[in-house]
Design a protein around this ligand. Structure first.
Ligand SMILES: Cc1cc2nc3c(=O)[nH]c(=O)nc-3n(C[C@H](O)[C@H](O)[C@H](O)COP(=O)(O)OP(=O)(O)OC[C@H]3O[C@@H](n4cnc5c(N)ncnc54)[C@H](O)[C@@H]3O)c2cc1C
Length: 182
């Protein structure tokens, strides 16, 4: 079977499959790294009440885990965190993270704008932990297909993912999709 025929067959199967209303989302973000996390934070800060899902293949949030070398520092100022430049009063600023962890004075006394990568990873993980209910970990997205592909513009998408432990496939329906896989 040609690739096009296989894609058409899969599209048809997905259309025919009963879609659980629970699995219909306004927005699905594929990948839950800093880019998607920034979207989660911005939607939260603006009070947007959309139904959003983040799909991540790792077991839990981690920012380039293999590259957290001892004493390696960020290459940009902590002011370029997930919130400050958009809204310095957001609870998701790096400064609020430091305050929450009782590290504000110690960090200030370092006289640097460049946190350790390890600490910035902890900041990102702290932010991510506040969106646990919206994230499906251990899920790797393998295809994104338009529903009713004859319809222009496309109104919704089937996002197909597999469980990284069991290889079991499942899908959700999204009105909008952001691909933020790094
Ligand atoms: C060593 C290193 C140091 C860096 N230092 C800085 C710095 O100091 N300052 C700076 O601004 N930038 C730095 N960067 C750049 C870095 O790209 C960004 O900081 C940031 O990680 C980009 O975020 P992202 O969400 O776009 O991508 P990523 O961080 O790569 O996140 C993508 C996520 O998508 C997931 N994913 C991928 N494919 C799938 C799939 N098919 N299904 C489900 N999930 C999937 C991945 O597991 C990952 O969690 C650095 C990068 C590296 C590698």
């Amino acid at each position: 079977m040609s690739k096009n025929a296989m894609t058409s067959k899969l599209t048809l199967q997905l259309q025919q499959a009963a879609t659980d209303p629970e699995d219909i989302f306004d927005l699905v973000c594929v990948g839950f790294g800093p880019a998607s996390l920034a979207i989660a934070v911005a939607l939260h800060d603006r009070g947007v009440r959309a139904k959003v899902l983040f799909i991540e293949r790792q077991r839990s949030f981690s920012w380039h885990a293999g590259m957290l070398l001892p004493n390696a520092r960020m290459q940009i100022s902590f002011m370029k965190d997930l919130a400050t430049l958009r809204d310095p009063r957001s609870k998701f600023t790096f400064v609020n993270y430091l305050k929450t962890k009782d590290r504000l004075v110690a960090f200030t006394n370092l006289s640097t704008f460049l946190p350790l990568r390890d600490e910035f990873n902890d900041y990102l993980t702290w932010c991510a932990s506040q969106f646990e209910q919206d994230v499906r970990y251990c899920q790797e997205t393998i295809s994104i297909l338009p529903i009713n592909s004859c319809q222009e513009p496309v109104k919704s998408w089937q996002v197909v993912s597999k469980d990284v432990n069991t290889n079991r496939q499942g899908f959700v329906t999204a009105r909008h999709v952001v691909v933020a896989i790094g």
